[in-house]
Write a protein that binds this ligand. Structure first.
Ligand code: NZQ
Ligand code: ZN
Length: 386
């Protein structure tokens, strides 16, 4: 039933050549910390553009936030924020840098001794240190949502956090940044955004007609632009549609008034924590098994997706639903993404039991749209994905 509240305070500036306009979005006189990743911005011109745009501010830089932002490294940044009395942060990067900055936004104003507890105890952040973003890679939607996922190598954990205080104040979306993204990361971005839509759509039918069509149209757009972006990331029109699809896939809009699943992400995060597999690839490993395991509960929606997104025609729901799962796998394969865990690691034996145990210990006893998937079910899904 459509019944919801929706607020998204992030200002999106979506246009080419907008990086130079950042200064107008940051409070005058702010002490700014500019944070970035492993260095791609130093070779594709984004660093120069941002530095030039920040010329009127006192700026402290913090580079080296790795993919799957690492807690220990973020603690170093937190010290600098406190020592330098930073009052505004600018994340220049993808989901990893933006999520790292969201963690810092929460941690900077957190009262407790151990900021990891924000993640461990699911502490919601209602007020954070303000920050903006310059998005360099479309994928996560982090540029327009209030969630973050942080990794702790020492304990092989990857946990989520969030809260209404963690929306970026603004995000600059210039599709020209996509031109320098390597193929592997383009494929990751398409797969991640596609799966975000699936998590909010592949449940059971409700009378949310517009929500369904929002979701279907994002998936159709991603399918349409995928070969163009993969073959030529400098194709501006394709890149722009790719970028906007990723943002819209996870900015809160399509989940309003409908059931959501998110089991694929919950399980996938464990595969990144255990093996360091790229986030998107863990989703492509888990999603097909998840849909096969929950076939009866999801087949009506799988069949709708087969017809509306893939244009398939078959006599009965079961055939359509099965074909939908196969089409999804084939789509991931078309992006050169493997959909079996054994393609990523030889050490896969025992993974299912490990994840089952972790979920049990954390009290994650009911996943999915019906909150009915037990740790034992999760074990089976992971085993099916070997
Ligand atoms: O670190 P640098 O050198 O900048 O290189 C990055 C990185 O290696 C590179 N890259 C980014 N922009 C580029 C570029 N290379 C060339 N040209 C550019 N313009 O791409 C690599 C991947 O970057 P990353 O930020 O890790 O990618 P992504 O945006 O896919 O973020 C993944 C992270 O976000 C989390 C994931 O778990 C993972 O930690 N997620 C965040 C979500 C959220 N906040 O809502 C939801 C997602 O489901 C996801 O969990
Ligand atoms: Zn994701």
């Amino acid at each position: 039933m459509l019944n919801f509240e929706f607020q998204n305070p992030t200002k999106i500036i979506f246009r080419r050549d907008q990086i130079s306009k950042i200064a107008a979005e940051i409070p005058q006189g702010a002490r700014v910390m500019m944070l970035y990743g492993g260095g791609s911005i130093k070779t594709n011109g984004i660093y120069e553009q941002v530095s030039k745009a920040l010329a009127g501010f006192e700026v402290v830089e913090f580079g080296g936030i790795p993919a799957n932002p690492e807690y220990e490294i973020l603690l170093d940044a937190l010290q600098v924020i406190k020592a330098e009395s930073i009052d505004f942060m600018l994340a220049v990067g993808g989901g990893s840098v933006i999520d790292g900055v969201k963690f810092l936004s929460a941690a900077a104003l957190y009262d407790g001794d151990e900021p990891w507890n924000i993640l461990k105890n699911s502490v919601r952040t209602f007020k954070g240190l303000p920050f903006g973003t310059v998005l360099t890679i479309p994928a996560t939607g982090s540029e327009m949502n209030s969630g973050a996922v942080i990794t702790r190598k020492a304990t092989q954990e990857k946990l989520s956090m969030g809260g209404p205080g963690l929306f970026p104040v603004f995000s600059i979306l210039d599709p020209q940044v996509i031109a320098s993204i390597p193929k592997r990361q383009l494929a990751n971005g398409i797969t991640d955004a596609f799966t975000h839509v699936l998590e909010q759509y592949m449940t059971y039918p409700t009378e949310a007609f517009l929500q369904d069509r929002f979701a279907e149209s994002i998936m159709q757009t991603l399918i349409e632009i995928a070969p163009r972006v993969m073959n030529n990331p400098g194709d501006y029109e394709a890149a722009a549609n790719f970028m906007w699809s990723c943002t819209m896939a996870l900015n809160g809009l399509i989940q309003k008034g409908v059931p959501t699943d998110w089991a694929v992400h919950a399980i996938g995060h464990e595969l990144t924590a255990l093996f360091g597999i790229d986030h998107a690839r863990t989703l492509s490993v888990i999603a097909p098994s998840h849909y096969r395991f929950n076939f009866e509960a999801k087949k009506a929606k799988l069949a709708q997706y087969a017809e509306r997104v893939w244009g398939l025609e078959k006599d009965d729901t079961d055939s359509l639903a099965n074909a939908a799962i196969e089409k999804t796998e084939a789509f991931f394969h078309s992006l050169e993404i493997d959909t079996k865990l054994s393609a990523y690691t030889d050490q896969f034996e025992g993974t299912a039991e490990k994840i089952e145990q972790r979920f049990q210990e954390r009290g994650w006893l009911g996943l999915g749209e019906h909150k009915s998937l037990s740790p034992a079910d999760v074990k089976q899904i992971v085993t099916m994905s070997y």
